[in-house]
Design a protein around this ligand. Structure first.
Ligand code: CA
Ligand code: CA
Length: 129
């Protein structure tokens, strides 16, 4: 049969979703669609991954945030925790702090470390209240 069985087609779609994760919404890879039953913490983790790819895919390397992408992400997604970045100097400083491997871009590992840092700072703030 030309085009394969419907089952094969679904599997191909799933494979392409995995490869093109920068543009595709994060899909659960288990047989059932379990996104509906995910815990709040699991949803938050997916949200972190989603936010990264939403901005990293805009320009240049799809899997890294350059300065302009990082600035946009912080300004749009972390306005209450970090405040708006207005000048280039601040963007430079933030990137310098995050960029642990020195390639002048923020990859997912570096982004997760950053989120952990902000979350820890936020936790400290509530602890001292
Ligand atoms: Ca990019
Ligand atoms: Ca880097």
């Amino acid at each position: 049969m030309l085009g394969g069985s419907p089952g094969q087609h679904a599997m191909q779609q799933k494979a392409s979703l995995q490869l093109d994760s920068a543009n595709a919404p994060i899909a659960c890879l288990c047989p059932q669609d379990c996104t509906a039953t995910m815990s709040e913490l699991e949803k938050a983790m997916i949200a972190v991954i989603d936010a990264f790819h939403q901005y990293s895919g805009k320009e240049g390397d799809k899997h890294k945030l350059k300065k302009s992408e990082l600035k946009e992400l912080i300004n749009n997604e972390l306005p209450h925790f970090l405040g708006e970045i207005k000048d280039q100097e601040t963007v430079d400083k933030v990137m310098e702090a995050l960029d642990s491997n020195g390639d002048a871009e923020c990859d997912f590992q570096e982004f997760v470390a950053f989120i952990a840092m902000v979350t820890a700072a936020c936790h400290e703030f509530f602890e001292h209240e």
